[in-house]
Design a binder for this molecule. Sequence first.
Ligand code: COI
Length: 356
Amino acid sequence: MITTENMIEIRKTTKSRLSEVDFEHLEFGKIFSDHMFVAEYREGQWRDAVIRPYGPLSFTPAISALHYGQAIFEGLKAYKNERNEVFVFRPEKNAARLNHSAERLCMPDFPEDLFVDAVAQLVKLDNEWIPQKEGESLYIRPHMFATDESVGVRPSEKYLFVIFTCPVGKYYANEIKVRVETHYTRAARGGTGSAKAAGNYATSLLPTRKAQKDGFNQLLWTDALTHEYFEESGTMNVIFLSENKVITPEVSGSILDGITRDSVLTIARDWGYEVEERPVSVKEIVDRLKKNTLDAAFGVGTAATIAPINTIQHNGTNYQLKSYHSNDFAQKIAVYLDRLKRGLEKDQHGWIKRVM
Ligand code: COI
């Protein structure tokens, strides 16, 4: 079993692509740094951990991930401050969540210390790829997929675990418009909604595209059974602020246990806000919108960071939210989290891991 850092072989590229990158126009998830981490699972063990030049992997069309969907992923970010210090935010939470996803999809655990170590070594090696402007970071994408060359529905015996990184700017450049989805379903209790399974995103594509054609950025998913309770938004969890209370759907088994969600709720409690994690009905939020007591709604996620919502559509009616001004909770928390992730605030919860 590979569990220590000296078991990651490092094969450096001989030709960096860094000078080809236009850092002034970073499109999210389109540019890939020089190296990637790869490990292979076979005969019951993770083996051959290596950091090597980013590039194609070789497999046949028969690998089971392509047919039966054993594919999971994570997302985290590395930040570089003006002193050129580099930090990764709560990587051990991603490592644990990957294994939660792996269990649900009948995939092997990946050693959590190796996950954190691989992220750290990869980020350190490609640290020159970390953009430093406000809102920018190095997005890190660990993922695992089944590689058995076999037709037949059963858990694969072979897997690849890969991490690549991308210099990124903001996922949503502006405030967003969302539509409450009451026809399609993202996930049901007992399903894979709490796993970061590739298939969850596949099922969201058609309903999201329909909403995007109507001018919305995202959906607010509702529960599969009644469509009366909020779940999450496609790329992030959702948080509401009303009458000084921070309100969010509880982690019920059908939504992702977001790391940004947890961080925001913890900070809100630290700042003295009352935080309610509970079933949140669409009716309650629409009533608050009608009474003008909904002070803010925003998405929270690694890629999206804090994404303020300015419009919520429900049953064809558009409700406008108050504007996102500098005194807003969402704005304050976005600035605080960004500074914390760059090592510029006191890290009272031990969330940041210094890479260099
Ligand atoms: C993330 O926030 O890291 C995600 O994986 C969301 C994805 C849709 C970009």
